[in-house]
Design a binder for this molecule. Structure first.
Ligand SMILES: O=P(O)(O)OC[C@H]1O[C@](O)(CO)[C@@H](O)[C@@H]1O
Length: 242
C-alpha cells in the first residue's frame, strides 16, 4: 500500500485530481469508479477547473459510483446521482449515459443490485476506484460486519453513518436507513484503488487501516490484501502514524 502524505485538504484535492486526470489522459476509455461524500468534493472541483483550463476529455470514460441511498430518486438533492451531476458530470464533456449510479428510487431494488453488478462485468470491471473512508471503516456503504465476499446489495446504514451524513440533510430523520452499495468483493476486483482521507476525524480509521488486523469488523482493512492501493491523506489524518 502506497501512502502519499499531503499538507491539507486543499493539497489532497489537487493531488487526487491530478492523479485521476493523468490516468484519464493516458487511458481515455477507462472505467472509473467514483465516490461521493465531503472528501471527494474538492477533487471533483479541481477536475472541473482542469477541464476548463485544459479541456481534458471525458467523452470515452465510463463511470460507476459506489453507492446510493434507497428512497431518493435522482432528482432529490440528497441523492448521490444528484451529487455527482452537480459536483462533476454537468461540468465535463462526459456522456451522461455512460455514468452509472445505482438507482435508489426503491423500485425493484434487488434487481437493480444484480443489474449493476452485471453492468460492471460487461464493461470489463473497474480500472480505478476512488474511495473515501467512514469513521467506522466503511468503504462504499459497506458497514462493519459486511462480508468480504459481498457484492452489490442492499445494506442497512449504521447509526454512526446516518449521524455523520445528517449534515447534508435537514434533519437526522431524513437520512435514509437503507442504501445500495457495491460489495467488498466488487470493490476489491478493481484493478487499482485510491483512497482519500482528510482531517483528524479520519485519524483513528486510518490508524486501524494501516496497523489493525484484517477483519470484517473493519471493512477497509481488506484493502491490505489488494495489490495496487494508494492512500492520499493529509497531515491531520496521519498525525502520530509512521
Ligand atoms: O467523505 P466523507 O463525507 O467523510 O464520507 C466518507 C465516505 O462515506 C460515504 O459518504 C458514505 O457514508 C462515502 O460515500 C464516502 O466515501
Amino acid at each position: 500500500m502506497k501512502i502519499i502524505k499531503v499538507k491539507d485538504y486543499e493539497e489532497l484535492s489537487k493531488h487526487a485530481a491530478s492523479y485521476l486526470i493523468e490516468k484519464v489522459r493516458k487511458t481515455p476509455n477507462m472505467v472509473l469508479g467514483l465516490a461521493t461524500g465531503g472528501t471527494s468534493e474538492g477533487t471533483y472541483q479541481n477536475m472541473i477547473n482542469d477541464y476548463k483550463e485544459n479541456q481534458t476529455s471525458y467523452k470515452g470514460i465510463t463511470t460507476f459510483n459506489l453507492d446510493e441511498y434507497i428512497g431518493l430518486d435522482g432528482d432529490n438533492e440528497n441523492s448521490y446521482r444528484f451529487f455527482m451531476d452537480t459536483h462533476l458530470f454537468n461540468y465535463l464533456d462526459i456522456d451522461k449515459s455512460k455514468t452509472h449510479v445505482p438507482r435508489g428510487d426503491g423500485k425493484d431494488t434487488l434487481k437493480e443490485c444484480d443489474t449493476y453488478e452485471l453492468l460492471i462485468k460487461e464493461h470489463g470491471g473497474i480500472d480505478l476506484q476512488l474511495l473515501g473512508i467512514g469513521g467506522n471503516g466503511h468503504i462504499g456503504f459497506n458497514e462493519p460486519g459486511s462480508s468480504f465476499q459481498s457484492r452489490t446489495r442492499i445494506i442497512e446504514l449504521a447509526d454512526s453513518t446516518r449521524q455523520a451524513n445528517a449534515r447534508f440533510f435537514e434533519r437526522l430523520e431524513d437520512v435514509p436507513a437503507l442504501a445500495i452499495t457495491m460489495g467488498i468483493a466488487t470493490i476489491m476486483e478493481s484493478k487499482e484503488i485510491v483512497l482519500l482521507a482528510s482531517g483528524e476525524g479520519k485519524r483513528e480509521a486510518i490508524k486501524r487501516l494501516l496497523h489493525g488486523e484484517v477483519s470484517e469488523d473493519f471493512p477497509a482493512s481488506i484493502l491490505n490484501k489488494h495489490s495496487h492501493v494508494t492512500i492520499i491523506a493529509d497531515e491531520a489524518a496521519l498525525t502520530g502514524l509512521n
